[in-house]
Design a protein around this ligand. Structure first.
Ligand code: ATP
Ligand code: MG
Length: 366
């Protein structure tokens, strides 16, 4: 029976509290589930570590991440901890880790759970779609580079490659195969979000997407301009299933998505490659909440659920896939019941209260 080795990076700010809460849930899940074995090993990385040692991601931690079956990370970075050139440590460290793990697809579910605060008055047939952001190129290709010409002009470079676009598009179709389709009518569809009418790079993104779509005739596909998409996400989000887009567009639309369905405390994310997976809440380190036992751990707990789903799919391990679903169902049950909520959701429960409630709910959900 396989034991999954998980590299756990508790990070900075509210990160360690969210990680502790997630461990409580995962430990209970393993107790309840015959045949599920996870071994979480904690490693320090991030801004606090940099302050103490001058390193953000020591070589030993990087190799542990490369060797692990999956990486579970909370949040990294503190505004007052900076590199000598004045930049925060978080972007550089995360880009380095992403590139090393070659995680080309950033996956953010936008799912409305009953009981979660929704920004829309009318939620129609429900909100449940996925934003997939190309994670290694696009407008972030010149990360740390770019050019400033004198004092008047600055430029960055947007790079779209056939290889990068094919991989992320292919991932989008494979994910659509595993999902239940869009809320409106269950039709499976992948939507390319771009600005193909203006930019050559974006026209190429769409062209490569269309090439990949040919391999998935059973799944519908279409393409929508990014400006129109931000309107549709608010007006008729139930018409969408899986969206795939360039890096910067994904950065923006995934935050819009998080805002639709309850805010950062509820938004998980997964970064997926051919060999590695990195799972992380979409929020940052919220330093003003750190150490107070008030942060919402649900985003990290749901990220762990995505991790189990990915591990199970990758290793053809039904127990693991079902365990991921059980965590998600337990979070949904706590939200629906409504008594245990952290302050960001309008309650007064603590981080550990939420962990306890989710762990207890594991016993009574499918
Ligand atoms: P980053 O640059 O790392 O993304 P950020 O400054 O954009 O960080 P976050 O750290 O994500 O922002 O947090 C923004 C605000 O959202 C926080 O100040 C906090 O009020 C709220 N927030 C974020 N995550 C949580 C959470 N897990 N629980 C409760 N509130 C949260
Ligand atoms: Mg942010």
């Amino acid at each position: 029976m396989k034991t999954y080795e998980i590299a756990a990076l508790p990070g900075d700010g509210i990160g360690p509290e969210c990680m502790d809460a997630t461990r409580i849930v995962l430990d209970r899940l393993c107790e309840l589930t015959a045949g599920l074995n996870l071994r979480l090993t904690s490693y320090r990385a991030g801004a606090e570590l940099y302050r103490e040692t001058g390193q953000t991601l020591p070589d030993g931690v990087m190799s542990a991440c490369l060797e692990a079956d999956a990486v579970l990370l909370t949040a990294i970075g503190l505004p007052d901890v900076r590199y000598p050139d004045g930049t925060e440590v978080q972007p550089t460290m995360m880009v380095g880790l992403r590139r090393a793990l070659d995680v080309y697809a950033a996956v953010r579910p936008v799912k409305l759970y009953p009981g979660a605060p929704c920004a829309l008055r009318d939620t129609g047939p429900g909100i449940d779609f996925i934003v997939i952001r190309e994670n290694l190129e696009g407008l972030f290709a010149s990360f740390g580079g770019g050019a400033k010409v004198g004092n008047e002009v600055a430029t960055d470079t947007l790079v779209v490659t056939r290889k990068g676009t094919s991989k992320v598009s292919d991932y989008a179709f494979r994910l659509a195969q595993r999902r239940g389709g869009r809320p409106r009518d269950g039709r499976r569809m992948v939507t390319c979000v771009d600005k193909a009418n203006v930019f050559r790079s974006m026209a190429f993104f769409r062209e490569v997407f269309m090439d990949v779509a040919e391999f998935y005739p059973e799944i519908e596909h279409n393409a929508v301009y990014v400006d129109a998409m931000s309107l549709y996400m608010v007006q008729n989000p139930w018409d969408f299933d899986v969206l795939v887009m360039e890096n910067q567009f994904g950065d923006i639309l995934s935050d819009l998505g998080a805002g639709l369905v309850g805010g950062l405390g509820l938004g998980p994310s997964a970064e997926i490659g051919d060999e590695h997976g990195l799972f992380q809440p979409s929020h940052g380190t919220a330093p003003q909440l750190a150490g107070r036992n008030v942060a919402n751990p649900m985003a990290t707990i749901l990220s762990a659920a995505m991790m189990l789903d990915w591990l199970g799919d990758r290793h053809q391990d039904e127990i693991c896939i079902r365990a991921g679903r059980t965590i998600e169902n337990a979070v949904a049950a706590v939200l629906k019941e409504g008594h245990v909520r952290t302050p960001d959701l309008g309650g007064s429960s603590s981080t550990l209260d939420v962990a306890g409630a989710v762990a207890t709910a594991l016993e009574s959900v499918p």
